[in-house]
Design a protein around this ligand. Sequence first.
Ligand code: CTP
Length: 424
Amino acid sequence: MDAQERGQERVRPRVVLGVSGGIAAYKACELLRRLTESGHDVRVVPTAASLHFIGEATWSALSGNPATTEVWESVHEVPHVRIGQAADLVVVAPATADLLAKAAHGLADDLLTNTLLTARCPVIFAPAMHTEMWENPATQENVATLRRRGAIVIEPAVGRLTGVDTGKGRFPDPVEIFDLCRHVLRRNGTAHGAAALPQDLAGRHVVVTAGGTREPLDPVRYLGNRSSGKQGYALARTAAARGARVTLVAGNTELPDPAGVDVLSIGTARQLREAVLKAARDADAVVMAAAVADFRPAVYTTGKIKKIDGAEPEPVTLVRNPDILAEISVERARPGQVVVGFAAETDDVLANGRAKLARKGCDLLVVNEVGEHKAFGSAENEAVILATDGTETPVPYGPKEALAETIWDLVALRLTGPAPESPV
Ligand code: CTP
């Protein structure tokens, strides 16, 4: 290894992947591959129980580093302290109920639990267990304790569990865990001793809408739009990383559920309205990133509309959909709730945006120019965020996550009063 390679070696973010004893350990191989392939230096620390599912050889081969379970190996290197101290991020995936309990109580009877006690960097837990174990008050209290201390505990997914049962407790999508890891590292930096991840949305409930609505004309046709949902999903992911409980109301997207986020799927504007009004009841902030259809066909034809030889097609009559943003802005579900809208404009972008901010009555309006090759479907965006106090915050062209972060910065500034869900 020459000096340059050694230099590169030093700057690789150091990630500890803790693996505890659940069947989802095999899915952590995918997470490990993604982390190593994207340039992270990963040290896998499996628990003894997890080796029943995936052996040490797999972790060593995939990570290129030794994978040790006990504190008694390579004792001269003091691994029980050094691994945690040197890490830029610790991610425990899967995290069993037992591991969460040990972490919450500060037990340290193997290398992983010792590492958790010595880590000064952000820690992410990706739980996987049966629904009964997840919902057990003991587990829930352990999770609350860990979150209160600043750890990110991802909400498990709902779906097929080991065997034939289904429910909450499924291991979150490894791609989503990977995205969260990268996001946390990006926010936090990799320098040893960097500041802890800002958790300025901890204890807050935020509702985000994403994607686009579809208004059916008949069983096979609909009026829709070109929204991919990427901006809304970036908002949901970044809010979760900043500690919020997130409800994502998603319309017709093909994106994987963001880790740790409650996703409600909707089809039409009226379904979106119902879901948002319900979720907003206890929300601290609502961000309406979805492209909501302003109109819907006045009549839904239950059978497929057929063409009739020689006859012109019937015109389609449209009626107005409710304006959800205007409604929730006027009738705030709770005092101090912050409401954010988006304005998709093709012409006179800023002038239309300013008029729309006044018309809708929201606190912030994210104005972006849209067109065939602009904003829709792309991973990047640029915008100006208009506020009711007259401030205008331009966000240069960049990843949708960067725009999402700026939106949350401005939302966090406007949240007043203590976080209602914070433990007292
Ligand atoms: N919106 C909404 N309900 C609707 C239409 C839009 O809540 N029926 C929300 C969108 O989620 C977005 C904002 O309103 O946050 C602005 O959407 P946009 O389509 O840009 O504005 P319109 O209200 O459709 O205004 P115009 O037709 O004048 O562009």
